[in-house]
Ligand binder design. Structure first.
Ligand SMILES: [Zn+2]
Length: 265
């Protein structure tokens, strides 16, 4: 796991698996951890690294209900976990799904030292909405924005006092747009439009997978992703993948997207 100090009050951890990101942010004596790394040793290291950096953890947040973003409670079993209302709805509609998919991942990758994942008592946060933290409520309000389309749920977190956007599984330098069950091209494109306004305000964009990006780079990815999605809608399998994201793994995601769009027609 890599740890990048993006700002004195913001650290991004990048998991060895899927380059999944976990963002810790601090405001005075309060702090949040958004999403999670994957492997048990990465989760185990998280509390001590944050303690050494003097980052308090007052609560956990998740961008969406895919299992790979929900593992924060393994590192901080006592912490409260908050998610946008669409994510809480999805978790309620598919009980045990995240745990099942986590078990499948662990079986496949020979992981046998995983503590159980408890997802009870998640706090539902209104989206769009604001979440205040730290000593001075005026200066430290996280913004929550709807970010669905990859999945039927999703929340992007904007940190206005640091000009950082934590957007979940969008604008990734390593992954093409992925339409998971419940995702759709139309919702995805609408989210890209909303994210575009936030990217314009941001200095750093933290995608769900891959290294943090600057504004210009994220705007380029946004354009490429929108072009790909429109081509997917009109040309299906023939749609060209964005340059730099044409690996075998990305072609597999593309094939899945083609099926998803076909089934929706
Ligand atoms: Zn993901």
């Amino acid at each position: 796991m890599r740890a990048l100090s993006v700002h004195a009050d913001l650290i991004v951890f990048i998991s060895r698996f899927w380059q999944t990101t976990c963002t810790a942010l601090r405001a005075g004596d309060e702090g949040f951890v958004i999403d999670s790394p994957i492997y048990p040793d990465e989760l185990e290291a998280l509390p001590s690294v944050l303690e050494q950096a003097d980052f308090p953890v007052s609560g956990l947040l998740a961008t969406h209900a895919d299992w790979d973003h929900l593992l924060g409670r393994i590192a901080f079993p006592e912490a409260s976990l908050g998610c946008g209302e669409s994510t809480v709805r999805r978790l309620g509609a598919e009980p045990g799904q995240a745990q099942r998919e986590l078990r499948e991942f662990d079986d496949e990758h020979y992981v046998d030292d995983r503590p159980p994942l408890a997802l009870a008592g998640i706090q539902s946060l209104p989206v769009p909405g604001k979440l205040s933290l730290g000593p001075d409520e005026r200066g430290h309000e996280l913004e929550l924005h709807l970010a669905d389309g990859h999945t039927p749920d999703g929340t992007a977190f904007y940190v206005p006092w640091l000009n950082v956007l934590v957007c979940g599984d969008y604008l990734s330098p390593v992954e093409i747009p992925w339409l998971s069950p419940g995702g759709s091209v139309d919702a995805y494109l609408a989210t890209l439009e909303r994210l575009g306004e936030l990217v314009e305000r941001a200095e750093t964009i933290v995608p769900g997978h891959g290294r943090p990006q600057g504004r210009a780079e994220s705007l380029r990815l946004l354009g490429e992703d929108a072009t790909y999605l429109r081509a997917l809608q009109s040309a299906g399998a023939e749609a060209e993948l964005p340059e730099g994201r044409r690996t075998k793994a990305q072609r597999r995601i593309h094939a899945e997207n083609v099926e998803r769009v076909r089934a929706a027609d």
